[in-house]
Design a protein around this ligand. Structure first.
Ligand SMILES: [Cu+2]
Length: 268
């Protein structure tokens, strides 16, 4: 659809809202419904880094979201936010999950402190009000000295200790590409050895899990099962599309603090 048509439709929808009445209503709405439905493939995110600097400097990240060249105005709140931004370094060693502020006219902004220069994988998750959920991936380049890449080592045992919390992860049934799998995170206090049963909701669920393939090309959707309470176990469902190495980040909240655990999984 070209810009003019969309523009006219938008105008007609505005006019219609303002002065539509009676009979023409159904017909008008039908046209608008079909024509305004946003197809995620046609959603464009323009990424901009302002004063690209590495290390100690904060970099402003600006996203401009449009559909057929027209800024998308309305977004739905999803997991308590309008937009989720995941930032991962090329070697997958750096991970950040942040929530840019919506400035209107399809523009979101936030600052981030990149640990070094180089390539970063950016993932923006959002849902235009007139469309379905969108995940947009982009490689961006951050100025500055590039750090020595950290090797990605496949974990044989999925155990981690972070902030005095022991987190073990298991995947059931047997890991296999293209199969629906359940990831279970079990949390224990590292000092008392007691199960942690007072997790707090993080972004409206027991936790959040992000999965990215080793080459950064595959970003997997992971869904927390609903009504899981507060621990010590947290269950998530996902499916690895193909064989390969993937990194998994789990995020949970306790005592007002969000903590992140990560594992490297090999899918045979
Ligand atoms: Cu988020």
């Amino acid at each position: 659809m070209n810009k003019l048509v969309l523009f006219l439709l938008l105008i007609s929808s505005l006019l219609f809202t303002a002065c539509g009445s009676g009979q023409s209503w159904e017909k008008e709405e039908e046209t608008i419904e079909v024509s305004n439905r946003i197809i995620s493939d046609d959603v464009n995110v323009e990424w901009e880094l302002v004063e690209k600097q590495a290390s100690d400097e904060e970099t402003l990240i600006r996203l401009k979201i449009s559909y057929n060249g027209i800024p998308i105005q309305d977004f739905d709140v999803n997991h308590e936010k309008l937009l989720h931004l995941i930032i991962v370094s090329e070697d997958l060693s750096y991970f950040n999950h942040i929530h840019p502020e919506y400035l209107g006219d399809g523009v979101f902004e936030i600052t981030n402190q990149f640990p070094a220069g180089g390539k970063y994988r950016m993932v923006a998750d959002f849902k235009p009000t007139d469309g379905s959920s969108v995940s947009k991936l982009e490689w961006i380049n951050v100025k500055g000295k590039v750090a020595e890449p950290v090797p990605i080592n496949v974990d044989n045992v999925f155990e981690r200790v972070v902030d005095k919390k022991h987190v073990s992860m298991s995947i059931e049934p047997q890991i296999e590409a293209g199969k629906e799998l359940t990831m279970k995170f079990s949390l224990t206090d590292e000092i008392t050895r007691q199960p942690i049963s007072n997790l707090e909701p993080y972004l409206g669920s027991i936790g959040h899990v992000v999965v990215l393939s080793e080459d950064g090309e595959r970003y997997l959707h992971v869904h927390a099962l609903e009504n899981q309470g507060t621990g010590p176990d947290a269950l998530f469902e996902t499916e690895f599309p193909e064989s390969g190495v993937y990194k998994v980040w789990g995020q949970f909240q306790k005592d007002g603090q969000v903590f992140t655990v990560s594992y490297v999984v090999k899918v045979p």
